[in-house]
Design a protein around this ligand. Structure first.
Ligand SMILES: Nc1ncnc2c1ncn2[C@@H]1O[C@H](COP(=O)(O)OP(=O)(O)OP(=O)(O)O)[C@@H](O)[C@H]1O
Ligand SMILES: [Mg+2]
Length: 225
């Protein structure tokens, strides 16, 4: 399925703010978990405990300050395209995204059987994958599955992210890459457009392949090394 919204333009600052927001959410959620569990930790002495609690408070504060700084951020580095280990990236994407599924029963699986390298900016493709897996998790109400699978096609690698859950109606499928389109109460409607635009700057692509009662499948095409 072709979606021709390659004209989708996002300012560098909104790109950065959106991506950082996702990553900061991961830090905030893990920091909350640590805070909740701190009473179960046996510290060697009071000084160590105080120092640990202070470190956590500082992290919390720094995260909030970074959040604010992002609102005014204006510049961004160029792509760092290099040889990357595909499996390592897929594992990291699932590891980092699983915090979004903490209140649900979702099986997240990397079914990649390929032992290959790809040409990509590792951090950027990781952010793209986190966005897509986050959307997949958000589309599952309580229980479901998110699978990442891969295959080789000509000189490219196709990465398929597939999730169970409510499908996207045919009408809405035309709009999902548009800036500001969201069906979520707290969504910005920026994620998929940013992913598509980011991949295009790396000679890569993102398409919605299908969305029906079995699954919703997005596919990333990226050059193989
Ligand atoms: N895996 C999916 N299953 C069902 N619907 C999806 C899926 N991925 C995306 N969508 C639909 O596409 C819309 C746009 O997604 P997009 O990631 O661009 O924005 P968002 O998730 O709403 O907000 P944010 O900017 O915070 O990412 C979503 O609101 C949702 O309706
Ligand atoms: Mg999203």
């Amino acid at each position: 399925m072709e979606n021709d919204n390659s004209q989708f333009l996002i300012t560098k600052s909104s790109y950065l703010a959106h991506e950082m927001k996702n990553l900061l959410a991961i830090c905030n959620l893990y920091s909350e978990i640590m805070e909740k569990q701190i009473d179960k930790v046996k510290f060697q002495d009071q000084k160590t405990e105080a120092s640990f609690k202070n470190a956590m408070m500082c992290i919390d504060r720094a995260l909030k300050m970074t959040d604010n700084l992002l609102l005014d951020f204006r510049s961004m580095k160029d792509n760092q395209i290099e040889k990357c280990d595909l499996n390592k990236i897929l594992d990291s994407a699932l590891e980092m995204s699983k915090i979004y599924a903490q209140d649900k029963k979702i099986e997240l699986t990397n079914c990649n059987k390929l032992n290959v390298n790809i040409y990509a900016d590792e951090n950027k493709i990781l952010s793209v994958l986190i966005n897509i897996v986050k959307n997949a998790i958000e589309s599952i109400e309580e229980t479901g599955e998110v699978l990442i699978s891969t295959n080789e096609y000509n000189n490219n690698i196709k990465i398929r992210i597939s999730n169970t859950g409510k499908p996207i109606s045919k009408k809405l499928q035309e709009q999902i890459f548009e800036e500001g389109f969201t069906t979520k109460r707290t969504g910005n409607g920026l994620g998929l457009g940013i992913c598509k635009q980011t991949l295009e700057t790396m000679n890569s692509d993102l398409q919605l392949v299908k969305s029906d009662s079995d699954s919703t499948d997005f596919e990333i095409t990226v050059p193989k090394c």
